[in-house]
Design a binder for this molecule. Structure first.
Ligand code: FA5
Ligand code: MG
Length: 387
């Protein structure tokens, strides 16, 4: 069928990470349990967070500095744990229910049916507790099938923090263990925000995570909107108990490093973190926290609308992946601008695709060509009917 026009396999498209072999999608596309596309495959192992002159590396070091100053020698740091993890590590170990949407092939990249590209650094909580760690920071690249806009990218970076308390910590406080941990958590993260940003407008939102209770998200006001920068909470007792820490309480957080770096360096679009353009890379250097990014002139966007009748298996994440597969980082945003169901029960969606390069002006011809390919592949791969 038209779905199977794949290129010839090449030997070099197998990568070995942490002892696990992963193949490029053109080699293993026949394996229905693997949904890792080339655009993602090619970013495995880049570890932007370990580059000291990259905004993400500078931010990571700035957060380390906060913890080292306020909690000397307390937190153990990991920034090189393999992003290929088991379904058990990524989901079961942190109590994600069997039917939770985040486990679906629509949301997560699977290498095979038992192995994923971690979708959060929380995947390492249980194993590190089990290895005896009680205070740790884990920084790493994480992977998610997601929508396309200036604050979402399918590969991004998180820093996980975990701190375990024992009875002598909370007993002196007069608080119950959960309140004690929740207060310490908020205080520590507010201190971090102050260290990174000085004054910044922020607010706490009540949230839900399967692995914490209570749970919160922190939002920062950026570019005229509230932007979520982290999730956190008091760790579920079951996780502590199953991993050798009964009679303890713990807090945990997961920071979105790109989101914080956007605020810190005034970086307007998440795609820029992947730029190799010297006009971007030369603006950042080791230890220079919060130097404001000077945009090179902003190139004009070009909008293309596309309408089609969807089918039952249609999802926006699949659409975004097809578009990203063709246009790469030339696509800035994909947004649903119209949605209706006719008398026969058929549903039509109209999406607006914004094309814009961060580095140069695009020609009409180039954009028309991209849009033509997008239309063709959306039709063939997603089996929708263009209108
Ligand atoms: C989590 O991933 C939880 N594991 C965080 C956590 C850890 C909660 C420990 C409690 C205890 P969430 O899906 O909200 O939560 O993602 C955390 C942060 O990652 C978000 O606040 C956001 O800053 C960032 N983030 C999420 N999706 C994207 C994306 N597509 N692109 C860039 N950043 C993202
Ligand atoms: Mg969230």
């Amino acid at each position: 069928s038209s779905k199977k026009k794949w290129r010839q396999p090449v030997a070099s498209s197998v990568l070995e990470l942490g002892g696990i072999k992963i193949a490029k999608d053109d080699v293993v596309r026949d394996d229905p349990t693997n949904n890792v596309p080339d655009t993602i495959f090619s970013k495995l192992g880049l570890q932007l967070h370990r580059r000291n002159n990259h905004p993400l590396g500078i931010l990571k070091n700035g957060i380390y500095e906060y913890f080292d100053t306020n909690f000397p020698n307390m937190f153990h740091k990991f920034d090189d744990l393999c992003p290929v993890v088991s379904v058990k590590q990524n989901f079961d170990d942190v109590l994600v229910p069997a039917d939770h949407v985040s486990r679906s092939y629509n949301d997560t990249y699977y290498v095979d049916s038992l192995t994923v590209l971690r979708c959060h650094t929380s995947a390492h909580q249980a194993e590190l507790l089990r290895r005896g760690h009680t205070h740790f920071l884990v920084t790493g690249d994480v992977y998610r099938r997601d929508s396309i806009d200036s604050t979402h990218y399918p590969v991004f970076h998180q820093m996980e923090g975990v701190r375990v308390f024992t009875p002598d910590n909370w007993e002196a406080s007069g608080l119950d263990p959960t309140s004690y941990a929740a207060e310490d958590l908020k205080k520590s993260l507010e201190g971090l925000a102050l260290h990174l940003f000085g004054a910044v407008e922020m607010r706490w939102i009540d949230a839900y995570f399967p692995f914490t209770n209570p749970s919160y998200e922190l939002e920062i006001y950026f570019q005229g909107k509230w932007m979520e920068v982290l999730g956190c909470g008091v760790m579920e007792q079951e996780i502590l108990k199953s991993n050798g820490r009964s009679n303890s309480v713990a807090w945990a957080f997961g920071l979105g490093l790109e989101r914080l770096a956007m605020v810190l360096f005034d970086i307007p679009d998440i795609r820029l973190f992947w730029s190799t353009d010297e006009r971007f890379t030369s603006q950042f250097s080791d230890g220079q926290m919060g130097v404001k990014f000077k945009p090179f002139s902003k190139y004009p966007p070009c909008y293309k609308d596309m309408s089609f009748w969807i089918n039952d298996s249609f999802t926006e994440n699949n659409l975004c992946e097809v578009i990203r597969g063709i246009a790469g980082d030339l696509v800035e945003e994909v947004s649903l601008i119209d949605n209706f169901t006719n008398k026969k029960g058929m549903t039509s969606h109209c999406y607006r695709i914004a094309y814009r390069s961060m580095e140069r002006s695009l020609t009409d011809e180039e954009i028309n060509d991209l849009q033509w390919q997008v239309r063709e592949q959306v039709q063939n791969k997603l089996n929708v009917v263009l209108r």
